[in-house]
Design a binder for this molecule. Sequence first.
Ligand SMILES: Nc1ncnc2c1ncn2[C@@H]1O[C@H](COP(=O)(O)OP(=O)(O)OP(=O)(O)O)[C@@H](O)[C@H]1O
Length: 238
Amino acid sequence: MIEAVGLSKFYGPFAAARDISFTVNEGELVAFLGPNGAGKSTTMKMLTGYIAASEGEARIAGHNMLSDRIEGSKRLGYLPENGPLYPEMTPASLLEFFADARGMGLRERKQHVERVVEICDLSTVMHKATSKLSKGFKQRVGMAQALLHDPDVLILDEPTAGLDPNQIRGVRATMAKLAETKTILLSTHILQEVEAMATRVVLINEGRKVYDGTVDDLGHKGQLDEAFHKLTHGEIIS
Ligand SMILES: Nc1ncnc2c1ncn2[C@@H]1O[C@H](COP(=O)(O)OP(=O)(O)OP(=O)(O)O)[C@@H](O)[C@H]1O
């Protein structure tokens, strides 16, 4: 459902991502890990068609995200790293705007907006400017926008970054529910989150993939941090 095929992104001579290939199969929740600056967001942006790859191909549900982006986007929900776009809009107007952009009719729009407002628990903030909301609510607005068209594929860039423990709990519960029916690629720095939810891990370091395998093969419970440290310091996990 999510395919990275030899994806690279160059900024001048600097490679933010280099020859990254992996797939996320239907129904999987794959954790996308790597130290700060490893190239996770860059790879996710290429996968969503948000930026063009310098080399390689991104496919969502079989659709090439450069040549067939509109069809691919119908199947995809994307939570960007910095929360929702257009912070000056209220959640209500932002969701209206995205519903419009996705060509939803009035009745369909009402149903979808009501559904995501409930999933993301947004009813109390619908008419406040998004820029004035707490980090947790901003993330929820971003999540609501990603879920608005009920996509079956989700790419979520650090959905729990900067949240307090209660908010993290809430977002995790939402993700666990979503994982029952959707295919998810999730970037995070929280390794307990990986142990709790992911079936597989793709780990990148300095723009290159260094691990693609099951959580169990990466390390015993509670030892993922050691495996992470080794893989990002040039060691191989045997
Ligand atoms: N537009 C750009 N121009 C130049 N360099 C960029 C650009 N975007 C990203 N980079 C660089 O590419 C590298 C990878 O960045 P990226 O944001 O993908 O990392 P990341 O793994 O998501 O990091 P983090 O965990 O901190 O969010 C970084 O060194 C970053 O500075």
